[in-house]
Ligand binder design. Structure first.
Ligand code: DHB
Ligand code: FE
Length: 285
C-alpha cells in the first residue's frame, strides 16, 4: 500500500520566489532565510518521495470570486505555472498523478468530505514557492505533485477542526491505495502576516512559535482554535495556517500511531512583510 512517510510545513511568501528567480538569494537580506532551508534541501534529496500531496491556497489566480471551492483536488496529469501579473515564474511545470489523485478523491468523498475535482488548473506561488524553497533551482521537480487547494482567501473558510479531520481522511485514502508509493504531505502558507488595512505588516513571533510548539505536540488542541484567534493574533492572512492542520492530521499519531520525529524546525522574520515558519516531521518507519 501507499504510505505517508513525512510532512513538511512552510510559508509561501511570493517575494521568496522572486528572490530566487532574480538571483538575489545570496544577498544579505535573503541569505539567512535560505540558510534555514539548506538542511531541508539535502533532506528532500535523501528522502525523495514518489508523490507530494501539496496542500496550498490559490490566490485568485486559478479561481476567482466567480468560483470558490473550499477544497479542490488536482486530478490533472500536468499543471502550468500561473501568470500572477508579471509572467509565469521561470520554474518547471508540475507533473501530477491523475490515477492516484482520482483514487484519493474517491476515498475522501466517500469518507464524507466534499471535494471539487479539478482537471485543469494553473498553480500559483502558493504551490511553487514551497517547491522552490525545498528543491532550489531545478529543471524538473523531483517527483509527482498532487495539488490540493484550500479556500483561505474568501470567507467563510474551513475550520481548523475540519482541516485536521480531512487530513485523517487523506491518510486513510493513501493507505487504501494498492501501490507501494512513498508519499509526503505538505502543509503550506502562513505564518503571521497581514497584507492590508491598518494592521498591515503585523508579525507575532511569540504566537507563531507557540503555534509551532502546539502543532508538534498537541495538534488536536490546535485544531480547536477558532478563526477569530488566527486573525486577531496572526493577522488576516495568518488564517493560511489552518492548511498546516490538514498535513498534521495525516500523520501517524493523529490516527492512533506513534508521535513524529521533528527532523527540522526553522523560524525567520522578516521575508517581505511576513514571518516564515518551517517544519519537517517524520513518521517513525
Ligand atoms: C504575500 C502574499 C502571500 O500570499 C503570502 O502568503 C505572504 C505574503 C505578499 O504579497 O507579500
Ligand atoms: Fe499566501
Amino acid at each position: 500500500m501507499a504510505r505517508i512517510t513525512a510532512s513538511v510545513y512552510t510559508s509561501h511568501v511570493p517575494a521568496i520566489g522572486a528572490a530566487m528567480d532574480h538571483g538575489k538569494d545570496h544577498e544579505p537580506y535573503w541569505q539567512k532565510l535560505f540558510d534555514g532551508y539548506e538542511f531541508s534541501r539535502q533532506w528532500l534529496k535523501d528522502n525523495t518521495p514518489d508523490v507530494i500531496f501539496l496542500v496550498y491556497n490559490d490566490h485568485a489566480n486559478a479561481f476567482s470570486l466567480s468560483m470558490i471551492p473550499t477544497f479542490a483536488i488536482g486530478t490533472a496529469p500536468h499543471y502550468p505555472i500561473a501568470d500572477e501579473g508579471w509572467g509565469p515564474r521561470p520554474v518547471p511545470a508540475v507533473e501530477g498523478d491523475s490515477v492516484f489523485a482520482s483514487h484519493i478523491a474517491q476515498s475522501v468523498i466517500q469518507d464524507d468530505f466534499d471535494l471539487t475535482i479539478v482537471n485543469e488548473m494553473a498553480v500559483d506561488h502558493g504551490l511553487t514557492v514551497p517547491l522552490s524553497l525545498m528543491c532550489g533551482k531545478t529543471d524538473a521537480w523531483p517527483c509527482r505533485v498532487i495539488p490540493f487547494a484550500v479556500n483561505v482567501v474568501q470567507y467563510p473558510v474551513p475550520s481548523g477542526r475540519r482541516c485536521y479531520e480531512l487530513g485523517k481522511a487523506i491518510r486513510r485514502a493513501v493507505e487504501r491505495y494498492d501501490e507501494p508509493l512513498n508519499v509526503q504531505i505538505w502543509g503550506t502558507g502562513g505564518m503571521s502576516h497581514q497584507l492590508q488595512g491598518p494592521r498591515a505588516g503585523l508579525i507575532n513571533r511569540e504566537w507563531d512559535n507557540a503555534f509551532l510548539d502546539r502543532l508538534i505536540a498537541d495538534p488536536a488542541g490546535q485544531a480547536d482554535m477558532p478563526h477569530i484567534e488566527y486573525v486577531r493574533e496572526a493577522g488576516s492572512e495568518g488564517i493560511e495556517l489552518v492548511m498546516w492542520l490538514i498535513a498534521r492530521g495525516a500523520m501517524a499519531d493523529a490516527n492512533g500511531g506513534p508521535a513524529p520525529h521533528v527532523a527540522h524546525r526553522f523560524y525567520h522574520v522578516p521575508a517581505s512583510n511576513t514571518a516564515v515558519g518551517h517544519l519537517i516531521l517524520e513518521n517513525p518507519s
